[in-house]
Design a protein around this ligand. Structure first.
Ligand SMILES: Cc1cc2nc3c(=O)[nH]c(=O)nc-3n(C[C@H](O)[C@H](O)[C@H](O)COP(=O)(O)O)c2cc1C
Length: 251
């Protein structure tokens, strides 16, 4: 059976995982909650966003911890430029002793809008989402055919930016706050994969375990979550995923 493991802040990766499952079958598993038996799967597919030309922390750690000989394909999606993310993921999988076959990258709407602005975001995203079924369809066919593609090893000292950013992501949580539009609905608390948000003394508080997924920022129904005291003017989450599926397994 295929084990389709995903991590996602704004559901692009879950949408892709669902397309893969619809064609190839298997179980969709949410990486931050995974504590099952990996031997149940004879083929692994990891689906996640590119973070700083590298991998989100839960995916990076999952690959270090999981022990299996099952062949692995990785599907990365990115908002602007994937850089060397595919090579990074391939070599990380190798370093972790995983049976990596191939890493794919495809473009999806940018969700790091707290930091990077995308011009004409609505029409631009609409265009990307329209092209996405064809792009993921090609990747699915390639996985189905068992295609492989190797990358050369990385030179020591490569991915400096990723390593620097990764070590700072925890602190980034402290730059989030909520405006007076917050109704204490608790959605940000529930959606945070790092359990970094809580309601303390009747107020939303952010800790230092943030993994910068942007789920709180984009999913707030009142656009009350702010980054560096600025409200979110461009909330985004993948429109093809029902809200109650976010952060869940689909079996
Ligand atoms: C912390 C962070 C870092 C990111 N780094 C990159 C990057 O290096 N290159 C890029 O093109 N997109 C980057 N993105 C954008 C996401 O990879 C992209 O929007 C992805 O589709 C989001 O997937 P999701 O909805 O499954 O979370 C970054 C997003 C976040 C939150």
């Amino acid at each position: 059976m295929n084990g389709i493991f995903y991590f996602s802040g704004t559901d692009n990766s879950l949408w892709l995982a669902k397309q893969i499952r619809a064609e190839l079958g298997g179980e969709i598993r949410y990486i931050p909650q995974w504590n099952g038996d990996i031997s149940a799967y004879d083929r692994l597919i990891i689906v996640c966003p590119v973070y700083s030309f590298g991998l989100p922390v839960p995916v990076f750690d999952f690959m270090k911890e999981v022990r299996t000989d099952a062949p692995l394909w990785i599907v990365l999606n990115y908002g602007g430029a994937a850089g060397s993310a595919a090579k990074f993921a391939y070599n990380h999988a190798k370093d972790c002793g995983l049976n990596i076959k191939r890493v794919y990258t495809m473009k999806m709407p940018e969700n790091f809008t707290a930091v990077f602005s995308t011009p004409l975001i609505k029409p631009y995203n609409k265009g990307l989402l329209k092209k996405a079924p064809v792009a993921i369809g090609k990747i699915i066919s390639s996985i189905k055919n068992g295609e492989e593609k190797a990358f050369p090893s990385d030179k020591p000292g490569k991915h400096k930016l990723y390593n620097e950013n990764k070590s700072n992501w925890g602190k980034m949580g402290e730059r989030f706050s909520v405006s007076s539009a917050c109704t204490l609905c608790g959605k940000c608390v529930k959606n945070c994969p790092a359990e970094n948000i809580e309601i303390k003394d009747g107020k939303i508080t952010f800790g230092n375990k943030c993994i910068v997924c942007q789920a709180c920022y984009h999913r707030c129904p009142n656009q009350a979550v702010m980054y560096q005291n600025k409200p979110n003017k461009m909330p985004y989450f993948n429109p093809g995923v029902p809200e109650n599926e976010m952060g869940t397994d689909i079996l």
